[in-house]
Design a protein around this ligand. Structure first.
Ligand SMILES: *Cc1c(COP(=O)(O)O)cnc(C)c1O
Length: 388
């Protein structure tokens, strides 16, 4: 029998990191000590008080049964408390919060609730790839809004053609941004809300990095801006904030109709997050946030070493005030792929070529600050020996 995959699988974009992965495997094979700045996955452990909370919760047999579809009430209340304390935003835990199996899960399912065949999602790009693959899975198409340096890596909404805006149902944005590390202010979010109201577009703000910020900068929530809750939702995650990527715990908050649509899809797909994990999540959100401050101070040291080193070797790069990514221009005469391959072959350093996040990322490469300071020092020293 011939196994034929569905069109939506055949239509998946080619995996752009395949070549890098292949080269990396080849170089590791040769015994090179590879420094991997490619993947954005915290190297630091989950704080002990959160682990202790899980240990206790898992001993309680009542957590062993099916969780509620939309999330434990106690967890959703903790999310509402955290939003109030952190952003001054009031949320109704009953209707404006849904627990997610990591925010990726919610982002991937949302278009199924709001996209019909042929509808468009507006996707700021370069970006986290899930926004457009999820749109495609739902039968829609993505229209990419390029993020350019001259616009501080914010999409230019005034330049979206009228007919495109008319067909759009969703707008995906993400600040602090992966991969560019750009940040957004209230003025930008106000423009987003105007745009959403004018064209009846649901705003999906991915806020995975609001807690990783430096130099006194405090990222805002989209929902802090008046009118935001009428037009959209915000995705959040415990993954990056508390070094919990493996735990799979996130949430979406905001417009009750959007939250409910996402919840309807989810209740037909999954059966919620293990209650013991949600209980540990309550501990994370309700406890002292000193562990987050400590995290940030570690990333800040790493950032300073890396960016100072990149500048010294002549790269055009700025210190990010948020996220754990550094987004650098490639040197003149190189494409993203060519420079990433040079770093790997000549210096044993893995970075992500910018075009892997979309065409508008060409000319850049991304480094994640998720390796120890001494390894970053080593990476910088190796780069200093290269000729480019
Ligand atoms: C890491 C990341 C996520 C997903 O995080 P989860 O672990 O699924 O909560 C979502 N968006 C962006 C931009 C990310 O970088």
């Amino acid at each position: 029998m011939k196994i034929e995959k569905a069109d939506r699988v055949k239509k998946l974009p080619p995996y752009l990191f395949k070549e890098i992965d292949r080269m990396k495997a080849e170089i590791v094979e040769k015994g090179v000590d590879v420094i991997d700045l490619g993947v954005g996955d915290p190297d630091l452990p989950t704080p002990p008080h959160i682990i202790e909370s899980l240990k206790k919760a898992v001993q309680d047999p009542s957590t062993h049964r099916y969780p509620s579809y939309s999330g434990m009430n106690d967890f959703k209340e903790a999310v509402a408390r955290w939003y109030k304390k952190r952003f001054g935003v009031s949320l109704d835990p009953g209707t404006e919060v849904v627990t997610l199996i990591g925010s990726k899960e919610g982002i991937a399912h949302l278009p199924l609730a709001f996209i019909n065949d042929g509808d468009l999602s507006l996707v700021a790009n370069p970006c986290y790839p899930v926004y457009h693959t999820a749109t495609m899975f739902a039968g829609g198409d993505s229209y990419f809004l390029p993020l350019r340096k001259e616009n501080n890596f914010l999409p230019d909404l005034d330049n979206v053609p009228e007919d495109i805006a008319g067909k759009a149902r969703l707008l995906f944005i993400n600040y602090p941004n992966n991969p560019t590390a750009a940040v957004a202010d209230e003025e930008f979010f106000r423009k987003v809300i105007d745009f959403a109201n004018r064209y009846n577009v649901i705003v999906c703000h991915d806020a995975a990095y609001t807690e990783l910020a430096y130099d006194g900068y405090r990222p805002i929530s989209f929902l802090e801006v008046p009118g935001a809750k009428e037009v959209g939702i915000e995705f959040h995650s415990l993954s990056k904030t508390y070094n919990m990527t493996g735990w799979r715990l996130g949430f979406a908050v905001g417009n009750a109709d959007v939250v409910s649509g996402l919840g309807q899809i989810k209740s037909n797909v999954d059966s919620g997050v293990f209650n013991a994990i949600q209980i540990a999540g309550i501990t994370a959100l309700d406890s002292s946030q000193d562990c987050v401050i400590e995290n940030c101070s570690i990333y800040k040291d790493r950032r300073d070493i890396l960016v100072d080193g990149l500048k010294k070797v002549g790269l055009n790069v700025e210190k990010p005030v948020a996220t754990f990514y550094v987004w650098s221009e490639v040197p003149p005469g190189y494409s993203s792929a060519k420079f990433a391959s040079l770093l790997l072959k000549e210096a044993g350093i893995v970075v992500t070529p910018g075009n892997g996040f979309g065409e508008a990322g060409e000319g850049y490469f991304r480094m994640a600050l998720t390796v120890d300071k001494s390894r970053i020092e080593e990476a910088v020293a190796r780069m200093a020996k290269l000729n480019f």
